[in-house]
Design a protein. Structure first.
Length: 250
């Protein structure tokens, strides 16, 4: 449906941690298929675009009826940034989908290597983007035992510990329930306006996160409901959840 949000699924061929992870089979489907299906099933999505340099992923995407953008080599290496790849994809569809050039167009960035995410996660992110008029919405998971207050510095030679910040180890807190709420991006979804993605918002501080704009907001994913495939163990966790071994409260 023309005029809806554009979902950009990013999946490059190369990966050092888990080779070929975007097309690895998880619960009977290639990893990226779970993300493409999520985009197709999210209300309000007008176009699903897969940006990749992987021939196998291109073939999969074509078979699912989505728009495919050939990602150039310079945007597919280890140093390529998410926003550069997403901008390239957005620019590539401008001629064939003129409505996608609207500066306020909602865009949704999804990683092909995230097979597990709540079914309504992207819908919630897009809704907050629209309702608030903000520049971007990112999904977060609440940090528990890996809380920043419990981080330390450790001297490699002596083994001496010192606080990561401040003067008191663990900020003097030793019970998890006494820690203030802290959140970490989980990779589940990024919703943002086209003008934010295209770096068209004035007075935004330069840097790798400039594409989030000025008014940046977040939504929370229940703990354990987003799995980003970064190591082999993540494949096992995803297989268990998607294969019906245990409930992910999705």
């Amino acid at each position: 449906m023309a005029g809806g949000a554009v979902a950009i699924v990013l999946g490059r061929a190369g990966s050092k941690g888990v080779p070929g992870k975007n097309t690895r089979s998880i619960a009977g489907k290639p990893c990226a298929v779970w993300t493409i299906e999520h985009a197709q099933q999210t209300p309000g999505i007008g176009l699903v675009v897969v940006s990749t340099d992987s021939d196998e992923l291109k073939s999969l995407a074509h078979s699912m009826g989505v728009h495919v953008v050939d990602r150039p080599d310079e945007l597919a290496g280890d140093t390529a940034t998410v926003d550069d790849a997403a901008r390239h994809a957005m620019e590539s569809i401008a001629d064939s989908h003129p409505w996608s050039t609207d500066p306020l167009l909602p865009a949704l960035i999804l990683y092909a290597n995230v097979p597990v995410r709540p079914a309504d996660l992207s819908e919630r992110a897009l809704q907050l983007l629209r309702d608030s008029g903000c520049d971007s919405v990112q999904s977060y998971e609440q940090v528990c035992k890996h809380h920043p207050w419990w981080m330390v510095r450790l001297d490699d030679e002596s083994g001496t510990l010192s606080p990561w910040e401040g003067d008191v180890l663990n900020h003097g807190v030793f019970r998890r329930q006494d820690l203030p709420a802290a959140y970490l991006p989980d990779g589940g979804a990024i919703a943002l306006t086209r003008r934010s993605l295209m770096l068209e918002i004035a007075d935004v501080q330069e840097g790798p996160h400039a594409f989030f704009g000025k008014d940046r907001r977040g939504i929370v994913s229940p703990s354990g409901t987003v799995i980003d495939i970064d190591e082999e163990a993540d494949l096992v966790r995803a297989e268990i959840l998607l294969g019906g071994g245990i409930s992910a409260h999705r």
